[in-house]
Write a protein that binds this ligand. Structure first.
Ligand code: CP
Length: 304
């Protein structure tokens, strides 16, 4: 029984299998429409979510399975002090697979160590968000045809942005990626990712505060929201929240085939005027997330 807590829990071959399965689901949805009949997914969300929880639930319904949903921790026995470990043991009696989001880094790992069924990390604090990375990878694959030889810019909150951490880890498995890290000084990428992933694997990288100066180089621009919920001090959030606002004018020196990604929700960091630009991929990315979660459920339930 396998759980996915970190994107590195999946090999490059497994990532490719998920991409191939997702592409097949997109082409042949009816082939998969009853494949999980009789199976149940439990979504345990101890933090707010729109895309991740609802796309997991849509994914299971589109596979013919059922869903047990806990979207408000305040109405569960966690509010009475039940531990994550006990919660995982209990849910194992009702469901076949768990998707868990939690504000505490490591909580889904604790769940996986105690559950009798596979656990998927649906986002843990400022740490990891591997299934968002699956959505990001399918988007990049469909836009660029692969992952090697890309210059990928990450812009915004690289400190708390868990989607950034997971995507950098995933891309580090491929060849000749150049990482361009664009953030305010206070929101730089954590040194454990810079040292253990980028430097250790000898990837070329550049750290800058200036998006405009690097724009012409980028094949992918991964914009992120400043993560208000991770700040201890509201004044710091207010000072930093609009550090980068992408507008059509700022794309004038960008490549014609740039792909603009964002895990969403967006607050102010991409102008709605960009939504009409054919380089904007973030709503396709939302849809691809559902297909990759379908593929992941099939893999972890060993249905395929
Ligand atoms: N991208 C993402 O995790 O969105 P939600 O917080 O809405 O799930």
């Amino acid at each position: 029984m396998k759980s996915v807590i970190n994107i590195l829990d999946l090999s490059v071959e497994e990532l490719q299998k998920l991409i191939d399965t997702a592409n097949d689901i997109i082409k042949n949805p009816t082939k998969y429409s009853e494949i999980c009949k009789g199976k149940k997914l439990a979504t345990l969300f101890f933090e707010p979510s729109t895309r991740t929880r609802l796309s997991f639930e849509a994914a299971m319904y589109e596979l013919g399975g059922n869903v047990l949903s806990m979207s408000d921790a305040g109405t569960s026995s966690a509010a009475k002090g039940e531990s994550v470990a006990d919660t995982a043991k209990v849910i194992s009696c009702y469901a076949d697979i768990i998707a868990m989001r939690h504000p505490k880094e490591g909580a889904p790992l604790v769940a996986a160590m105690n559950a009798d069924i596979p656990v998927i990390n649906a986002g843990d604090g400022g740490h990891n968000h591997p299934t968002q990375t699956l959505a990001d990878l399918l988007t990049i694959y469909r836009e660029k045809g692969g992952f090697d030889n890309l210059t990928v810019g990450f812009c915004g909150d690289l400190k708390f942005g868990r989607t950034v951490h997971s995507l950098i880890e995933a891309l580090s498995r491929y060849k000749n990626i150049k990482f361009v890290l664009i953030s305010p000084e206070e929101l730089k990428l954590p040194s454990y990712i810079k040292k253990d992933i980028i430097q250790k694997n000898n990837f070329e990288y550049l750290q800058t505060t200036d998006l405009q100066s690097v724009m012409p180089e980028l094949d992918i621009l991964y914009m992120t929201r400043v993560q208000r919920e991770r700040f201890f001090n509201e004044a710091d959030y207010l000072r930093l929240k609009d550090s980068y606002i992408l507008t059509p004018e700022k794309l004038q020196n960008a490549k014609k085939d740039l792909s603009i990604l964002h895990p969403l929700p967006r607050v102010n960091e991409i102008s709605v005027a960009i939504d009409k630009d054919e380089r904007a991929c973030y709503f396709k990315q939302v849809l691809y997330g559902k297909y990759m979660r379908m593929a992941l459920i099939l893999m972890l339930l060993e249905v395929l």
